[in-house]
Design a protein around this ligand. Structure first.
Ligand code: HEM
Length: 491
């Protein structure tokens, strides 16, 4: 009996060491093979298993490239090989290659998010499905978003919620802006998609579940009770249940001939499409919430952060909104025509996106061996087009880390080609214009009601999703009236 113990002990200790040595040998062999393979971009595969993932994900101010990319680009150039998220990877900070990858979706490359993300998104998510199913689900989302963005009902809601947020700040000297904008965009989406009003308990429940769901994207992918990842998977199941409950009520109402009051919402539109399963319906509702909620709130926060450090841009923006307000009656809400007059606002938004990098990169894989310039991108390899790479490229932008909305004036067409915040090709973000109109109208009410300073230097962190660690605490005070401003100028 005692004679077995050392053998067992040796086996228990020896097996992992043996497995580790095997993995090492495999990686050295792979590396040597790659070294001998012609025309692979330069770079290093780093450690087995994790490769260079930890360095790649190291948080940095989102208006910089971060030390990992900075060092790798200086050492190897804008295109290099690495080992990220458990796969051999080609990383591209090159504008031309990024565009080539996005334009060749489903031909040479395909969206390929890491497996743990599939676990949170579910198997029908637009981000993870490909081919015909992607086209079918995307068309439904795109056509709804396209009609909503200019619908008077939607635009009124954006403003009602903005005004009520400004009013709730009466008498406050400080606000945690990031948290409040996230609640704002989620309430807007929940109302628009499902007609759940902000004061209903269901709205708060969805908000809470959605926040838990989102944390799953930055948690370690361990589906063990108590981990952030496991909580996110459960939160997604609760969200799915909430949407299904609303669907059941709608169907019952319809069957009994009861007409639902209010405007037709996304769920009404999508329920009328017979070709979708319940799971697909839930998934597309959650996708639009996911796509539209945190990205829009993050961009609003980034713009407020940058404007807080750019007084001249702040005043120019305020002047534009004062001029628009002068042509409106007291309390009159803005419409689509007003939005079209907001030129400087548009530059502020685009510059906020370029500098803030809401989406740092997207996940793709090569479907076949692809030759790009002198490089080979091997079939099956992961490919990461890094949008921040082109946004922070000094060859493309003067003083790239500087927030300068004026660089867009007289140069909009050229700049748009160099700034790919909404992706491109057949997965181009369908919510771009909607996000812009929401932010423009929100900024209108904010800038005419308040001025602000960022309390401490809570720089936006690429985590890789942008975060404000301290919640973007703002010191606010009511905006000076026009009369006061004139007096200030004359002093
Ligand atoms: C500042 C705001 C936003 C940014 C920066 C942004 C960025 C992006 C990017 C980069 C993609 C491409 C992902 C990929 O290629 O893998 C994308 C896709 C998507 N976005 Fe947005 N987005 C924003 C707002 C919105 C809004 C407001 C909505 C909805 C109302 C939305 C819905 C979607 C959807 C459904 C997709 C998936 C499209 C597909 O795979 O075909 N986004 N977004």
């Amino acid at each position: 009996m005692f004679g077995l113990a050392p053998i067992l002990f040796a086996l228990l200790l020896g097996l992992p060491i043996f497995a580790y040595i095997l993995v090492q040998i495999f990686f050295v062999a792979l590396h040597n093979h790659q070294k001998s393979a012609k025309n692979l971009p330069p770079g290093s595969l780093g450690w087995p298993l994790f490769g260079e993932t930890l360095g790649f994900l190291k948080p940095h101010c989102s208006n910089t490239l971060g030390s990992f990319l900075q060092q790798h680009c200086s050492r190897y150039g804008k295109v290099f090989k690495s080992n990220l998220f458990g796969s051999p990877t080609i990383v591209s900070c090159d504008l031309e290659l990024n565009a080539f990858i996005l334009q060749n979706e489903e031909k040479l490359f395909q969206a390929s998010y890491p497996k743990p993300i599939h676990g949170i998104l579910g198997k029908h998510s637009l981000l993870t499905v490909t081919g015909e199913l992607h086209r079918k689900l995307r068309n439904i989302g795109v056509s709804f978003i396209a009609t909503s963005k200019s619908s008077p009902d939607f635009l009124h809601w954006v403003q009602k919620l903005s005004i009520s947020m400004m009013e709730s700040w009466n008498g406050c000297e400080q606000v945690f802006f990031y948290k409040q904008t996230k609640a704002f965009t989620l309430r807007l989406m929940v109302n628009h998609l499902l007609s759940v009003k902000p004061d209903e308990p269901l709205a708060s429940r969805i908000l809470q579940d959605f926040e838990t769901y989102m944390t799953g994207f930055v948690s370690l992918p361990l589906n063990i009770p108590g981990t952030g990842y496991a909580r996110a998977v459960k939160a997604r199941a609760r969200l799915s249940f909430s949407v299904k409950e609303i669907m059941t009520e709608r169907r019952k109402g319809k069957a009994s001939g009861q007409l639902r009051g209010g405007e037709e919402d996304f769920l009404d539109v999508i329920l009328s499409k017979q070709s979708l399963t319940d799971e697909e319906i839930v998934s597309i509702v959650l996708d639009i919430m996911l796509g539209g909620y945190e990205t829009t709130a993050t961009l609003m926060s980034l713009i407020v952060y940058f404007l807080g450090h750019a007084p001249i841009a702040f005043h120019k923006l305020k002047e534009e909104h004062q001029t628009i307000r002068e042509n409106k009656k007291d309390g009159e809400l803005l419409n689509w025509e007003d939005y079209k007059k907001m030129d400087f606002t548009d530059y502020v938004i685009y510059e906020g996106m370029r500098c803030g990098n809401v989406v740092k990169f997207v996940h793709r894989k090569a479907l076949v061996d692809v030759k790009f310039k002198e490089f080979l991108i091997p079939s099956g390899w992961k490919v990461l087009p890094i949008f921040t790479g082109a946004h922070m490229d000094p060859d493309l932008h003067e003083n790239p880390t500087e927030f300068d909305p004026w660089r867009w004036i007289d140069n909009f067409k050229e700049m748009s080609k160099k700034v790919t915040v909404f992706g491109g090709g057949s997965r181009l973000c369908p919510g771009a214009e909607l996000a812009k109109v929401v932010i423009s109208f929100f900024l209108h009410h904010l800038i005419l009601s308040y001025r602000w300073k960022t309390k401490s230097d809570d720089c936006p962190l690429a985590y890789p999703y942008v975060q404000f660690r301290r919640g973007l605490l703002l010191e606010i005070e009511p905006a000076a009236s026009d009369q006061q401003e004139k007096e200030n100028k004359s002093i």
